[in-house]
Write a new protein. Structure first.
Length: 239
């Protein structure tokens, strides 16, 4: 059986100007959507996950140029016009934006990975080894800037506490890990080990509500992606 993903070419529209950002957002739902790592790099739009679990308390909601989730509180508005593919995900509701807001464990904050609002993606890796993880996010509050990443149902220490520095209020790439001594995050500490070539699952889970994720990239070199990052590459599977 051949799974055809040619229609997925539509996902590579990257909204490079205002006119393109007004175009219809292409959001694809397919359980067999598999992305492919080539030459040590893979990029994936946040909204192209295959499943979301553990959503009883918080959930990732899709925002596009034509749709804003009706979930409150969410004080920072819609930023889809400048997002890759004109769409992004946000963990809502967002009840803790700054340090002055009450921290409620396992509600608006969870330091343990893999516990709340888990997204899963499928990636075929042609090369094993160490991959640094980069996330494109838009942080509007000092308590809306943390997330976790895992692989194949595991949550290694090197994927915990991805930290964005401050509240830049614009889309930017980051790959830093929050530590006990450096709360703004340390470079080159966020990575996943791919033990062998083949199909793997990549997961992201909530650390702080209000986190907005546009796209993520895994690459062997510790080099920040430029602009909206590399285009997605879909793998055609033959069975």
């Amino acid at each position: 059986m051949v799974y055809s993903f040619l229609v997925m070419i539509l996902m590579n529209c990257q909204n490079k100007n205002t006119e393109e950002s007004e175009a219809e957002v292409k959001v694809v739902e397919a359980q067999e959507m598999i992305f492919e790592e080539i030459d040590g790099i893979v990029g994936v739009e946040a909204e192209h996950f295959i499943s979301q679990t553990d959503t009883a308390v918080r959930k990732w909601y899709l925002t596009t140029t034509s749709n804003t989730p009706d979930v409150q509180p969410d004080l920072d508005g819609n930023h889809a016009e400048t997002a890759s593919n004109g769409a992004y995900l946000e963990i809502l509701p967002d009840t803790r934006v700054t340090h002055d807001d009450s921290l409620i464990w396992a509600t608006n904050f969870i330091n343990d990975p893999g516990e709340m609002a888990i997204l899963t993606y499928k990636v075929h890796f042609n090369n094993s080894g160490k991959y640094f993880v980069w996330v494109r996010a838009n942080c509007h509050g000092t308590e809306d800037n943390g997330i976790h990443v895992g692989i194949d149902g595991t949550w290694p220490e090197t994927g915990q506490r991805i930290q964005f520095w401050g509240n830049k209020k614009e889309w930017s790439w980051e790959s830093r890990q929050r530590t006990d001594s450096v709360h703004t995050g340390v470079q080159e500490l966020i990575y996943l080990e791919v033990d062998k070539p083949g199909l793997h699952t990549i997961h992201f889970s909530m650390r702080e509500d209000g986190f907005e994720m546009d796209k993520w990239v895994m690459r062997k070199e510790y080099v920040a992606p430029e602009g909206t990052g590399p285009d997605e590459r879909l793998r055609v599977m033959e069975h």
